[in-house]
Design a protein around this ligand. Structure first.
Ligand code: CTP
Ligand code: MG
Length: 552
């Protein structure tokens, strides 16, 4: 341990690190910021104008395009494959009426007593071999866009090897692994599918994606968090109207929304095309229904009225928009944390991506030699106007500035490049006093810990809560050790040799080689884990327990 501490001191003294690297101007990028609400509204509108059509193969495009074009104007088409290698075309039309017109030509598959047909924006296109030539002869005026496949790991590592600087590697990792346009569209299509199904039962329901699917920190293949909420339609609450619908009160022992979520779970099982492996977790503080969507290969967590989760996504999105270095840096940190098993797809006593992201944001709020990168949350609250007032779950104050264009430009914004920032992120947390201090993006400076939990990261919207209260003492110790190891590794970049684990490559590893490397690392760190833990499948969908959902 003393060796570790001595090494820590040695790298902390290396302040000239990375000084020679390419300087890029990050502060005066003129940009007109869209608000989160504008982005979400545009995605929801796009989903209302879209259909997901299963086809035989990618070559069915011409036939499908020409079929749809006889009924509507096709604006855009994206092809993707699910995990079963089935092909789909995500078709965007010019208007919502176009979608209705196309859907009017739909029929049901077969007459079968076991199948109750249901309408949804997920359909399939019946191949007609006789007509193929006719369709193929027609000139298509639209190219099919890229799908939603994850980047090939060998290709990614090859590209990272070829980068000239660590900053370029960090940017490359972000560009190649971030959730792409098709991934986002599909997530909004799933929300739309549920909304369509539920609109026949509930008068004013809305379903929004939140979490990494919309906050700009999501990678390809990330889970989909969904919230079901009452979309208050003030016209329908008009007390001057004379006729009022009779209402149905929810009775019985359980809370009404536990019962509604139970129904939603059952509907998912019985009525939603593609929904499988439905799990209802109703006794948690936030009742939740989990399911896998086979047509899109997405794992979904649906909860009720957790609007503070949506506003939290908005806050993260805003901070990610504020400076172009925030997201690439967070991606590098999240991927590194996964590599060294600080995060884990299985729920447990370890840190998750959300608090890890708060750690990165907090680091970027620290004053460095040439200024700050991100403002504190308090600054966003102080700049809020009356349009920014939001109260979630009846008492959680989620008021903060929504329009970044109104935030005064920082005259002293740090110009550090990504490599310098990543190194200093590790250095900062290698020195951080986890014993006494809490991480709080509210103030943007370390504050005294209110209790003795090993890791304390303040929830900015519910400031009495610690978002990392599940993290054990051992995991917190590992976090401290791994940030030191990472800083040593990056420090070695100074000697300029391009070995095979040069720069970011030494901090990451291919998903395919994780099993073996994990074994070696565990041996090295003397960490006790079960054999099952060692060979746990990386991509297995994470499943939170009731207790963990309560904890969050
Ligand atoms: N959230 C929150 N408070 C917590 C935990 C989560 O407000 N204590 C909200 C955040 O908006 C978070 C979202 O719930 O982004 C979803 O949580 P989770 O799925 O754990 O994190 P993601 O950000 O979606 O990251 P991942 O890609 O790992 O799913
Ligand atoms: Mg998530």
């Amino acid at each position: 341990m003393s060796v570790l501490l001595n090494r820590t001191k040695s790298f902390i003294c290396t302040k000239s690190f990375c000084k020679s690297l390419l300087v890029r101007n990050y502060s005066d990028v003129p940009k007109k910021f869209k608000t989160f609400d504008e982005v979400i509204a545009q995605r929801r509108e796009e989903a209302r104008r879209s259909l997901v059509v299963q086809v035989n193969s990618e070559s069915s495009f011409n036939e499908l395009y020409n079929y749809c074009s006889t009924h509507a104007t096709v604006k855009d088409v994206h092809h993707y494959k699910n995990f079963n290698d089935e092909h789909f075309m995500l078709m965007e039309f010019a208007s919502e009426d176009n979608v209705k017109e196309v859907l009017q030509t739909c029929c049901f598959h077969q007459k079968d007593a076991d199948i109750m047909a249901s309408k949804s924006p997920f359909v399939w296109f019946r191949a007609t071999p006789g007509n193929k030539n006719k369709y193929e002869a027609t000139t298509k005026s639209l190219a099919v866009k890229d799908g939603n496949n994850k980047v090939d790991e060998d290709e990614l590592f090859g590209n990272l090897m070829e980068c000239h600087t660590v900053s370029d590697q960090i940017q490359m990792l972000y560009d190649k692994t971030k959730l792409n346009d098709v991934g986002i569209r599909l997530r909004f299509m799933l929300a739309r599918q549920l909304e369509v199904m539920m609109s026949s039962l509930y008068a004013n329901i809305a379903i929004y994606p939140f979490g990494s699917s919309v906050n700009g920190f999501g990678k390809m293949g990330c889970d989909l968090d969904l919230v079901l909420t009452n979309n208050v339609n003030y016209e329908l609450l008009d007390t001057n109207r004379r006729l009022v619908y009779q209402e149905k009160k929810c009775e019985g022992g359980r809370s009404p929304w536990q019962r509604h979520m139970e129904l939603v779970g059952t509907l998912l099982e019985l009525r939603v095309a593609g929904a499988a492996r439905v799990q209802k977790i109703l006794n948690a503080r936030v009742p939740i229904v989990k399911y896998s969507h086979e047509l899109t290969s997405l794992d979904c967590d649906l909860c009720y009225n957790n609007m503070s989760g949506v506003y939290m996504s908005e806050l993260l999105w805003l901070l990610g928009e504020r400076d172009q270095r925030v997201r690439p840096l967070t991606f590098a940190v999240r991927r590194w944390a996964r590599t060294v098993s600080l995060t884990n797809p299985h729920p447990g006593r370890w840190i998750t991506n959300f608090p890890l992201t708060l750690m990165v944001l907090f680091f970027l709020q620290q004053r460095r030699h040439d200024g700050f990168i991100l403002p504190s949350f308090n600054k966003l609250v102080a700049a809020a106007g009356k349009d920014d007032i939001r109260i979630a779950e009846e008492s959680v104050n989620c008021t903060f500035l929504r329009d970044l264009n109104k935030l005064p430009a920082d005259s002293s914004r740090s110009e550090d490049n990504l490599e310098t920032l990543l190194y200093h992120f590790f250095e900062y947390y290698a020195q951080f006093d986890f014993q006494e201090k809490a991480i709080s993006i509210v103030e943007g400076v370390p504050i005294r810990k209110p209790n003795s939990l090993p890791l304390y990261i303040v929830n900015p919207l519910e400031q009495a809560l610690n978002v990392s209260r599940n993290v054990s003492f051992e995991e917190c110790e590992r976090l401290k050790m791994e940030v030191r190891n990472a800083a040593w590794h990056l420090e070695a970049v100074l000697d300029g040799k391009k070995t095979e684990d040069w720069g970011l490559l030494g901090l990451l590893e291919k998903q395919s080689t994780r099993g073996v490397k994990k074994l070696l690392r565990v041996g090295h760190n003397h960490r006790l884990v079960s054999v099952k833990d060692l060979f746990a499948e990386d991509e297995e969908p994470k499943r939170k327990t009731d207790q963990q959902i309560d904890a969050s």
